[in-house]
Structure formats: C-alpha cells, structure tokens
Ligand binder design. Structure first.
Ligand SMILES: [Zn+2]
Length: 410
C-alpha cells in the first residue's frame, strides 16, 4: 500500500534525522576533521574549571580550563573564557593576544566573530584603549545589531568620555530592545538627559539646559537631580517662584528623597518672606513618614535658627531612634543642648536614648557592587551604575554575635 510505504518512509526519515542530530551534537567539523565535543566534557578539567568559574576562583579556573584545552586546542568557547579570565586578573595584554588569535580563525561564524570581538572590546576598554574599544563594539553591532551587551558597553564608553548625547542615543537602542521589560531603562535615559542639561548649563545655554531637565523628568519622574538643576537654572535666570515650583514638584513626586531640596527651599522661602512654608513642608513630610529622620532634622535646624531650641530638641530626640548612627543628628543635638545651657535633665534623656547606638557618619552603599560612600552618589564610582546608592543602616544583630550591616530598601 502506497500510504503505508509513505508513512514508513516518513518514520525512517525522522529516525535518521534524530541520529544525525545526535551525532552533530557530539561531533563538530573543524579544519576538515571531526572533533568529539563530548570528549572535552569527559575530562575532569573542563568540569572542574567550570565549577571554579562559578565559584569565582579565577586562578584555579584558569589552571583547569588550560588543561582542558590541551585535549582540544580548537575549543573556541574555552579559549574565549580563558581570555576573559586573564582580563579579570588584570593580565589584559594576554587577554588581547588570545582574543586576537581567535579572530584570525578562518572558519568563524558571524555570531562567533561577534562574540570574540565583544571580548576584545572589553579587553580594550579595560586597558584604557578607548578608540579601539569603540571600534570593536561598533564592529560587533555591524555583525549583530541587537547585541545588548555591546550596546551597554558602548554607552558606558561614551559616559566615560562625558559624551552624554551619544550615550543617550545608544541607551535608546537598548531600551528599544528591552521593549519595556526592564524598568531601569527609563531611569537611565532620565539621568543621561539630565547630564546633557548639566553640560548645556555649563556652556551658558540655560534655556536649552532647562528643556533638557524637563525632558529628563518626563522620561522618568524619579530623576531627582533634574528637578534640582531645573530649579537652579530658573533661580539663576531670576525667577525664584518658578525655581520653587520645580523643587516642590520633587518633594511631591519623590517624597522619600525630598531632603535633596531642603536647603534650596528653606533659603528660597526665606527670601520670599515666607519661612513658615518650610515648617509646613517638613511637618507634611513627618506626618507622611514618621520615621523619616531627615525632615525632623531639617525642621530642628530651622527651629533652632529661629531660637526655638526646646522644640528643636524634641524633634531631634524623635529623629534619633530612626538613625542612631547619624552624626548629623548628634551634632545638632549638642548645639541645641549648648543653647539650652546643658540642662542635666535633657542630657540624661539624650544619653539614655543613645546608649545602644552605633556611630557612623552617613553611610551609603551601592546595591550593585557594594561600594561604600559617606554620602549618596548618583553614579557609582566603582561599577558606574546609576542611582544604586541606598542608606546603609546598622541595627543590633538578633544573635549575640555583635552588630550586622543591613541594607534597607532593597
Ligand atoms: Zn557600584
């Protein structure tokens, strides 16, 4: 029967396909000879190397993977990894040699070529060869236009050179690839747009700069420095009321970071003859978040400057338990105590409250690379990521082992 024959033929073809596929998985044609890729995976060195790699033990990983390559000198993936490991160790010349040698291979596919070029770009970036790194990443993108990793590295290179407009253009391509799946895209676009504004401001183009800051806020309402800069630009142009509008918009949109506008607003309200507006602003923030010590500290300073030391003392004592290691609160407390002639009762209350406290200035930590700073930074000096700093709070550990660092808001 022709149908049965046909079915048999289909089944045979299917089985043949499976067998060929399996063989293809095991063997790979290199320079006209078949390489058993499974053999590579059977050597203990390959597996050990990968384990060390996962465990971040660079030297051991290099040892094992180098031994694994002696079984198969052609293995592109292992050579590529080895090069990257040498770069990680700081032996960037060696990394460049390995990756450049791989690029010379005639049989590379387009994708393989793109990945080796990417490694080479990273080597050049690490070595500080900016132009050659730029060239390598651009070449990767010519071979693979949606290579996100190459785009992100290109963006970082432009950032290093303070070429903010170029960095923004590249990040827009990344955002297009991400298609809304990564929430940090908008934030990064906002920060880059803000940096463009800062450059324009420096060049004296305040109208263009103001437009950049407004764009940055439209890109992402949480771009805090854009509000501050917009207000500064408007103030410099003589319109204090408009400046206050920008700073107040920050307080309203990102209340947990309102303190960045405190000094500016306090000064502006004073100049406008309405210092009570600052008291009201702090009070609103305290009502919204009773643990927010920054609004209490700002209010205390404001009250102390107006001679209301007792009210300032009460605010500071309320703030202290929420930020016991903040030297700023302690300094302000002593100034207020001094103004109150070191009233022994007040000092007693203060000492009781601070007995368990740990001292530390204003510690912040990068959520990405754990770089520590004594102030919040918009861009991490170590990993160059944007807006990754959070307050590092110290709290007593639950066991008796001592104190333990805890990172909040993660
Ligand atoms: Zn960092």
């Amino acid at each position: 029967m022709p149908t049965e024959l046909y079915l048999l033929a289909v089944l045979f073809a299917l089985l043949l396909g499976l067998a060929v596929g399996k063989a293809w998985e095991r063997y790979k044609l290199r320079d006209g000879r078949w390489i058993d890729r499974r053999r590579l995976r059977e050597t203990p060195h390959y597996m050990l190397g990968l384990n060390f790699l996962a465990d971040n033990q660079v030297d051991q990983a290099i040892d094992e993977l180098t031994q694994a390559t002696s079984f198969n000198t052609d293995a592109l993936d292992i050579q590529m990894i080895l090069g990257n490991l040498y770069r990680q160790k700081g032996q960037v010349g060696r990394a460049i040699n390995i990756h450049q040698a791989l690029l010379q291979r005639p049989e590379l596919t387009k994708l393989e070529q793109a990945y080796v070029l990417l490694c080479l770009g990273l080597d050049f970036r690490y070595a500080g060869f900016v132009d050659r790194a730029l060239e390598a990443f651009q070449e990767v993108l010519r071979l693979d236009s949606r290579n996100r990793y190459a785009l992100v590295n290109l963006q970082k290179l432009y950032e290093d050179q303070h070429q903010w407009a170029e960095a923004l253009r590249v990040r827009e391509q990344v955002a297009k690839i991400d298609a809304g799946r990564r929430p940090d895209d908008q934030q990064i676009l906002g920060f880059l747009r803000n940096e463009m504004g800062v450059e324009q401001q420096r060049a004296g183009k305040s109208a263009v700069a103001a437009r950049s800051f407004i764009d940055a806020i439209e890109l992402d309402g949480r771009t805090v420095p854009a509000y501050l800069n917009l207000g500064d630009t408007r103030e410099r142009d003589g319109s204090l009321a408009d400046a206050v509008e920008a700073w107040e918009r920050l307080v309203k949109t990102v209340p947990e970071q309102a303190h960045f506008a405190f000094e500016r607003l306090e000064r502006a309200y004073g100049r406008m003859g309405a210092p009570h507006r600052f008291v009201e602003l702090c009070q609103r923030l305290i009502d919204r978040d009773p643990q927010g010590w920054r609004a209490r500290l700002a209010l205390a300073r404001h009250l102390a400057a107006a001679g209301q030391h007792r009210a300032a003392f009460d605010q500071l004592l309320e703030a202290l338990p929420h930020h016991p290691h903040g030297l700023a609160i302690h300094q302000e407390l002593w100034e207020v105590l001094s103004a109150l002639a070191f009233d022994p009762d007040l000092i007693h209350r203060y000492v009781e409250l601070t007995r368990e406290a740990v001292f530390y200035l204003d510690p912040h930590i990068c959520r990405r690379c754990r770089y520590r700073s004594t102030e919040p930074l918009w861009q991490c000096p170590q990993c160059h990521e944007w807006n990754t700093f959070v307050e590092e709070r110290l709290a007593p550990a639950k066991d008796a082992a001592g104190t333990e660092a805890m990172v909040n808001q993660e």
